[in-house]
Write a protein that binds this ligand. Structure first.
Ligand code: F6R
Length: 246
């Protein structure tokens, strides 16, 4: 796992957007897995700018999202469907037939998870997986303790994650459960790019980079991945010791 430390959020966003754009330039039919949240907004903004200036097409690509809240219909304002439409898919030339976000309102969530996992397989697996990281080290909604061999499934969100995400919901009550792509599915991606910005991620980054590979710190699994890179701003890297960055 290599870590690229850049001065600030804008530099981090630019660096990751360039890697994604480069992958698409080399292979227009790339399969991407994408996160939501605050961290990737700058990356999406830059990719949209590249598209608008005519430098980048997403028409041949396939997109999978990492997760969605359980019980939220796709038009719920706090759903990841709406987030992705407003910040990315609705602003580029993505083919709607190749855009996949788990359906949090599916009548049979278990069947939805199986359907999602099969769709990833049918697409030939993930070429580039972009991840954020939770303050507790989660990736996707794989909270501490998530088995490394897990697949797309329904999970219970930790109280700390629900608290961090509460502001998006009425009465500050985030859903209790979500559908997330599993740890094994993430790890099988051919390339993984993890983004982190801000001092509130520094502890999780240091635990992932410098601690043991352990299910109690989900992001630490990336140390076993042959092609995983971290893009950190200086604040997110501020708890790292010497010699781990290269
Ligand atoms: C969201 C996701 C989460 C976030 C993480 C960081 O799709 O997969 O793992 O990446 O919670 O969220 P932010 O970027 O809002 O700090």
């Amino acid at each position: 796992m290599r870590a690229h430390v850049v001065p600030d959020y804008e530099a981090m966003s630019a660096a990751v957007a360039d890697v994604v754009a480069q992958s698409l330039a080399e292979e227009p039919s790339s399969v991407l897995m994408l996160p939501t949240g605050t961290t990737p907004l700058g990356m999406y903004r830059r990719l949209v700018e590249m598209h608008r200036s005519g430098d980048l097409s997403f028409a041949g690509a396939t997109f999978f999202n990492l997760d969605e809240y359980l019980g939220l219909p796709p038009d719920h304002p706090a759903s990841y469907h709406v987030y992705m439409k407003e910040n990315f898919y609705g602003l580029i030339d993505a083919d709607p037939a190749r855009v996949f976000v788990p359906d949090g309102a599916a009548p049979d969530p278990e069947a939805e998870c199986e359907r999602y996992e099969s769709a990833i397989k049918e697409a030939g697996g993930i070429d580039v997986c972009v991840l954020g990281i939770g303050r507790n080290g989660h990736i996707g909604f794989n909270e501490p303790g998530a088995p490394f061999d897990s697949r797309t499934r329904v999970v219970r969100l930790s109280e700390s994650t629900r608290k961090v995400n509460a502001a998006d919901f009425e009465a500050d009550r985030a859903p209790e459960c979500a559908i997330t792509v599993g740890m094994a599915t993430i790890c099988e991606s051919r390339e993984v790019l993890l983004l982190a910005s801000g001092t509130n991620k520094a502890g999780a980054v240091a635990a992932a980079v410098e601690g043991e590979v352990s299910e109690s710190v989900p992001a630490s699994m990336l140390k076993t991945h042959p092609n995983a890179r971290l893009f950190l701003d200086e604040d997110a890297a501020s708890d790292l010791g010497q010699g781990v960055v290269g």
